[in-house]
Every structure is written in C-alpha cells, then in structure tokens.
Write a protein that binds this ligand. Structure first.
Ligand SMILES: Nc1ncnc2c1ncn2[C@@H]1O[C@H](COP(=O)(O)OP(=O)(O)OP(=O)(O)O)[C@@H](O)[C@H]1O
Ligand SMILES: [Mg+2]
Length: 395
C-alpha cells in the first residue's frame, strides 16, 4: 500500500507515524474534494470519512476546476485504496455514531484491526489520532481525566498551568476524538470515569473551582472511540451506565480468502519496504499460509472438512507478521532455505501460545487437510511440499 509520507533529510525517522501524517495528502484531497455539509469540528464529510477508510471502490475522484486551482499542491485526481478491509455498512454506522457525538465501542477478537479502524476514524474525523489512553489493569481515573505537574502544584498551588490534561481532556478542549484502547482491561470503577465525560460532556476540576466553575467543557465534535478485546475481561462486565453511552460495533475477521490474501500481501510488503528489504514472498507461500490461518481460525476448511481449532486466535495481524518474517528470512538469508519450508515452524510458533495441546491440533490439521490436499494432483504443489515437512511439527 503506498502512503503519503516521504522521509526528508531533516525529519527524524520514526518507526510508526500517526495515520494523519501517513495519509496527509489523501486527507487534504478528500477535504477539498467533498464540499458537502460536515458535522461541527469535522475535517471531512461523513461520506469522505468512509471513502478514506474503505477506499473509493476503484473510482477515480476528481477535484472541481476551481477547487483544483485553489489547491495547486493537491493531485487533480485520486483513487483511494481501502485501508480497513471489511463491511462498508459497518464503517458507515461507525461514522454516523461519531457524527451524533456518541461514544463508539469496537469489539472483537484480537488482531481484527479494531485499533487500526479507531486510528483511521480519529485521523479522518478530527485530524488527530494521537489522543489515546491505553487501558491496562494499572489505568487510573487520572489517566482518563487529568493529573498535576507536582513541581508547579507545590510552587504555585492548583492552577491552569499546573494541570496536566489527559488525552481525553485534550480532545474535549479541541472538539476532537479521544481513543481509549482496551477499555475492558481497566477496572470497572476506572471505566466509569467516562460515564460523566460522555453524559455531562465536562470534567470538573474541583481544585480550580476558585478560578471559574473549575470545569473543562467539551467543544462540539468531541467524542470517544474505545476498543475492547473479546479475549480480555468481557464487555459484559462494563457497567450498564457506561454501555448505554456507547454504540457497539463488532469487528469480525475478513470474510473472503482473496481479500485476506491481498491484505496480507500489501501489509507485509509495506512492512518490508519500511525495513528496506527486497520483497520476495511468493504467491504460493502467501496462499497456503492465509488458507491455513483461515482453516484453523474457523474450524472448517474451504472444502468443508472439519478442522480442530486451536485455542489461540489465528488473526490476520498474525498472518501479516508471519509473512513478513518469512520474507525477511528470504531477503537476509537468500538461498539458505526455500521460504515454504519456514511455514510449519512459524505456524507452530503462532499456535503454541496458550495451550500445549494446540500443537497436537496443528499436527491433526496436517494429517487431515494438508495431507488430503497433498494427495490431490490438481492442487498447487505447495501443499505436497508442506506435507513432506510434517516432521518439523515434532512427531
Ligand atoms: N480487516 C482488516 N483490514 C485491514 N487490516 C487488517 C484487518 N484485519 C487485520 N488487519 C491487520 O491487522 C493489523 C493489526 O490490527 P490491530 O492492531 O488494529 O488489531 P486489533 O483488533 O486492535 O487487535 P488487538 O485486539 O490485539 O488490539 C493491522 O495493522 C492490519 O495489518
Ligand atoms: Mg488493538
């Protein structure tokens, strides 16, 4: 996937850029191209936000003549590639939720791009996806509300200068999007700090009540996108009061094999170009790897055979990182080993995370689906090769 950033000699290299930097040119184009009405505080129209996230479906978007003249720095035409692969209706619902200034909670299995979608939405809606609180067991109310610069607090007493706003408070002031990652990993009483934020739209700072009414109010446009992983403490444990303040959207794994293969190819390619390694994942490796991930994830092969599911989540994110690792091996150790021969070793590494019995389930997959495909002459040779590598799995 090509991006909009170019590394200049003066800018310090960063491993990860926020989405609004990566896609700066595309966001500027979409802001200029769609002049329809937009919610207060939004950079783009709701429709342009969906186009940014899901792509323009192959359509070439063009700038009107006068708009193009006013923005000579923008390309006159642009086809927007999809970033999040998934249901466009779901993304539309997310955007409508945000336009109504309601909280949005993205729930799903690990590695289904909840964080990525939240970042893309925040970047497109408010141009800043970096106002993030990462939920952990150690998250406190201060992380969601505000803290103090204690040196200033001791020297001057409570003052606006000594106040250290949380990312949520910063988003309220700016009328932007605050992101709360892994909200269900926070203690329920900490999560509930968001109830007043989302209902009263203000955070009171009693220590400053002498100065004004001591509260920080949300500017129009402020809203919260939270994510929750189904493998963590459940969303069922969220308080009813907080649940009512969020619209829930469940993000599932990618539906089609072709779309998942294309995504893994693109994302691994992008990771490799960041590593400046020549990209050498061959199509056969990609196809068997993504097929194996999907079979093990769903418990059913494409042919309809039953597959014993490991307890580990076989996520697309993990498929991307395995593909990247295999390609890096091929790039850095050329000629050592055929990339396909690395697949079983990587799969066992992915599978053997939670339950030792998962290694047996992988072996059962080999003895079932992989063997049957190997015996079928009409199948790609890669399956025969994989079957011959069964010993790598240990028995
Ligand atoms: N539907 C998808 N569209 C685009 N990329 C995807 C999709 N599913 C998975 N990915 C890939 O997975 C990567 C990781 O996604 P992300 O970290 O956002 O997942 P997550 O759902 O937040 O996972 P976790 O629950 O572990 O935090 C993405 O950067 C992307 O490479
Ligand atoms: Mg995440």
């Amino acid at each position: 996937m090509s991006t909009d950033t170019t590394t200049t000699a003066t800018s310090a290299a960063r491993q990860v850029e926020p989405a609004e930097h990566v896609w700066a040119r595309q966001l500027a184009f979409l802001a200029a191209q769609d002049d329809g009405p937009r919610p207060v505080g939004w950079l783009l129209t709701p429709r342009a936000v969906v186009t940014f996230v899901c792509g323009s479906e192959g359509r070439e978007l063009t700038l009107g003549k006068s708009v193009a003249a006013a923005h000579p720095d923008l390309p006159p035409k642009l086809t927007v590639a999809p970033k999040f692969v998934g249901d466009r209706d779901l993304v539309e619902r997310c955007v409508v939720t945000l336009a109504g200034e309601r909280g949005l909670l993205l729930v799903g299995e690990p590695g289904t791009a909840k964080s990525m979608l939240s970042e893309l939405l925040a970047a497109a809606v408010s141009g800043d996806s970096t106002r993030v609180v990462q939920g952990t067991a150690g998250t406190t109310e201060d992380h969601l509300k505000y803290g103090w610069n204690y040196a200033l607090l001791l020297a001057q007493g409570p003052s606006e200068q000594a106040l250290v706003p949380s990312p949520v408070m910063a988003a309220m002031r700016a009328g932007g999007v605050a992101r709360v990652e892994e909200i269900t990993r926070c203690l329920p009483e900490v999560q509930d700090a968001l109830v007043s934020v989302l209902s009263d739209r203000r955070i009171s700072v009693p220590e400053l009540s002498g100065e004004s009414d001591g509260a920080v109010y949300a500017a129009p446009g402020f809203t919260v996108i939270a994510t929750a992983n189904l493998r963590d403490r459940g969303v069922s444990e969220m308080s009813a009061a907080l649940k009512r303040r969020f619209n829930f959207e469940t993000i599932g794994p990618i539906g089609s094999l072709e779309a998942e293969i294309a995504l893994v190819r693109d994302q691994a390619g992008a990771a490799l170009s960041r590593a400046q390694a020549p990209f050498t994942v061959d199509a056969a490796v990609l196809e068997v790897l993504v097929t194996a991930f999907r079979d093990l994830r769903t418990g059913r092969s494409v042919e309809g055979w039953d597959v014993e599911r490991p307890s580990t989540v076989m996520s697309t994110a993990e498929a991307v990182s395995v593909t990247t690792s295999i390609a890096l091996s091929a790039a850095y150790f050329p000629g050592d080993r055929d990339p396909l021969s690395l697949v079983p070793g990587h799969l066992i590494g992915v599978v053997r995370k939670d339950d030792p019995a998962d290694a047996d389930r992988l072996l059962a997959y080999w003895d079932g689906a992989v063997r049957k495909r190997a015996q079928d002459e009409t199948r790609p040779r890669a399956w025969r090769h994989l079957w011959e590598l069964r010993d790598v799995l240990g028995r």
